[in-house]
Design a protein around this ligand. Structure first.
Ligand code: SAM
Length: 208
């Protein structure tokens, strides 16, 4: 990407379109990607582990779900396909990623820049392969912006590579007043199930 980061707001990298094909629980997905977005050539291995190992929402799921750092939209696409009655917000800072995510998903997905998500929306589920490479302070700020917007019984599912600081992130989440359990550990990736700890130390979104 010629010195650009995948979280560049307006990437200059090539826009040649190609298809990313992957399967989750026997369901095949075909998404369009271009240069200038995260893991454009294939489904990221961490995202694959997240989608295979964390319990996906289903036809009974309602309310708002968040794909935090959606890229070209693979997580939002799978969530929306499995939970057609829910509304999925797909949020990113990369404009090209948002355009691709919009093209790749259906009517129950709303693509948005972070500031475009209405303050009143709370999330029953947050799903994220978070942008570790933005740096620790920025990552912490990102999580402290969105995790408080979990509804009181809401859950966040995060995938983090062990060699990119998964265990220290887990400890930090607990220090912030969340329960952060290791739900799965596969191919060097940790899947964390994150919830409000229930003792009131983590902030709570009031609306859903
Ligand atoms: C590790 S990538 C995951 C992309 C996609 N979910 C996937 O699985 O292929 C993290 C994404 O977070 C986005 N990102 C970086 N900073 C962000 C921020 N402050 N708010 C929202 N998204 C951000 C990046 O642009 C990138 O698309």
């Amino acid at each position: 990407m010629s010195g650009e980061h995948y979280f560049t707001a307006e990437p200059a990298a090539a826009t040649t379109r190609h298809e990313v094909v992957f399967t989750v629980h026997d369901q095949e997905f075909r998404l369009v990607a271009t240069g200038g977005v995260f893991s454009a050539s294939r489904l990221d291995p961490g995202t694959a582990v997240l989608l295979q190992r964390a319990p996906l929402p289903d036809a009974a799921t309602t309310g708002h779900l968040l794909d935090l750092g959606c890229g070209y939209g693979p997580i939002a696409k799978v969530l929306a396909a499995n939970a057609p009655r829910a509304t999925v917000y797909a949020v990113d800072v990369n404009q090209r990623a948002l355009e691709l995510a919009q093209q790749n998903t259906g009517p129950n997905v709303i693509t948005a820049l972070p500031d475009e998500v209405p303050e009143t929306v709370g999330f029953a589920q947050i799903w994220s392969n978070p942008p570790i490479r933005i740096g620790k302070p920025e990552l912490h700020a990102l999580l402290l912006r969105w995790l408080p917007r979990l509804t009181p019984d809401g859950t966040a599912w995060l995938v983090v590579a062990k060699n990119l600081g998964a265990d220290s992130l887990q400890r930090w989440l607990v220090e912030q007043g969340y329960s952060a359990e290791r739900h799965a550990n596969h191919k060097g990736f940790r899947i964390f199930q994150v919830r409000k700890a229930g003792d009131g130390t983590a902030a709570t979104a009031q609306n859903s």
